[in-house]
Design a protein around this ligand. Structure first.
Ligand code: TYM
Length: 334
């Protein structure tokens, strides 16, 4: 069975973007067709400063979010990255495969480092090489992510190809990004040209998975829109990024296509559409946040789930690391 891997950073609360662009699709891929491995990437999170107590809490909360949203920790392997040292070990090998120039082209590096690149951590620069290791340490072939991770997945392919060529082997698979559905890029509720993000200074720009019903309804009611009603075709949403975003969010939450949303709501004013969207969002998200809060009452149980997941992950990762070392000529690898 083909293997699915994906990861989320425990660097803050989960947003609706993380849920619709990632977690909900992780849940959809769970089943007999794939072996599914999902990771809280704490080693990635610390490429920018994380308060230790907050990192602990965010990792547990992310785990609770995965489970509350429908990831079954028996069926999927659910764990945090630092408990499986093979990620960092393969990451080092890949640091020696990847080229500086490849990393310098990464738009996320340029965005996150900002003007003062000299002051960014070395880890932030090397981030995509560790990400390639996350995936390839399991020989995973399918990686569900939001649109913003596409460039990193192309680099993952480049690293696999270069490793295979350098050593004359056919060892690492070429991974497929799985970027599908209506919500591969959920936008800010305040600005339809910016991605919804946990790091946006305005809390009104995003829906957090821990928001209560009132907060969700308020944020949707206040979401920026244009004055026109909804059109009767999808083409009518071109150049209307905020309207398009709300239609996409509706579609993803309701598990229907944006076309169907338009067909059902054509001609509606936002004064009518927004309350429907708010009701739908509350109906879908409230059970998840309630369950997250319940799971967070027992952190020891969450820690047991993560430890068990890590042990299962290592059973796959350890032999692949050993073979990698052997290919590279490391004494003692076999
Ligand atoms: P991260 O933690 O920023 O985001 C986790 C996942 O959520 C998706 N996402 C979105 N999707 C749609 N709309 C949005 N507004 C939105 N915001 C976030 C992201 O695309 C991602 O799928 N580098 C990764 C974590 C990572 C990883 C990996 C992913 C580390 N190793 C290996 C896949 C495979 C990241 O920073 O995601």
């Amino acid at each position: 069975t083909p293997r699915v891997f994906s990861g989320i950073q425990p660097s803050g609360g989960l947003t609706l973007g993380n849920y619709l662009g990632a977690i909900k699709r992780f849940v959809d891929m769970q089943g007999p067709e794939f072996e599914t491995i999902y990771c809280m990437v704490d080693l990635h999170a610390i490429t920018v400063w994380q308060d230790p107590a907050a990192l602990t809490r965010n990792t547990r909360e992310l785990c609770a979010g995965f489970i509350a949203a429908g990831i079954d920790p028996e069926q999927s392997i659910l764990f945090n990255q630092s408990q499986v040292p093979e990620h960092a070990q393969l990451g080092w090998i890949f640091n020696c495969v990847a080229r500086m120039g490849w990393m310098q082209r990464m738009t996320q590096w340029k965005d996150k480092a900002g003007k003062n690149q000299q002051n960014a951590s070395l880890g932030l620069f090397a981030y995509p090489s560790l990400m390639a290791a996350d995936i390839l340490i399991y020989h995973a072939t399918h990686v569900p992510v939001g649109e913003d991770q596409k460039q990193h997945l192309e680099l993952t392919r480049d690293i696999a190809i270069k490793f295979n060529n350098d050593f004359g082997v056919d060892f690492f698979p070429i991974t497929e990004p799985v970027i599908e559905g209506a919500a591969t890029r959920v936008m800010s509720l305040r600005d339809g040209t910016k991605k919804m993000s946990k790091s946006d200074p305005s809390d009104m720009s995003r829906i957090n998975m821990t928001d209560d019903a009132d907060a969700i309804a308020l944020k949707i009611r206040k979401a920026r829109t244009d004055p026109d009603p909804l059109p009767d075709t999808l083409e009518g949403l071109e150049d209307r990024p905020e309207a398009r975003n709300l239609v996409n969010i509706y579609a993803a939450l309701a598990d229907i296509s944006p076309e169907q949303v338009i067909a059902e709501h054509a001609g509606q004013q936002f004064g009518t559409f927004k309350p429907s969207l708010a009701d739908l969002a509350v109906a879908k998200l409230s059970p998840i946040s309630t369950e997250m809060a319940r799971l967070m009452d027992d952190p020891a149980e969450i820690d047991r789930i993560l430890a068990r997941g890590a042990a299962r992950a290592r059973e796959i990762a350890a032999p692949i690391l050993r073979q990698t070392y052997e290919i590279a000529g490391m004494v003692g690898a076999v």
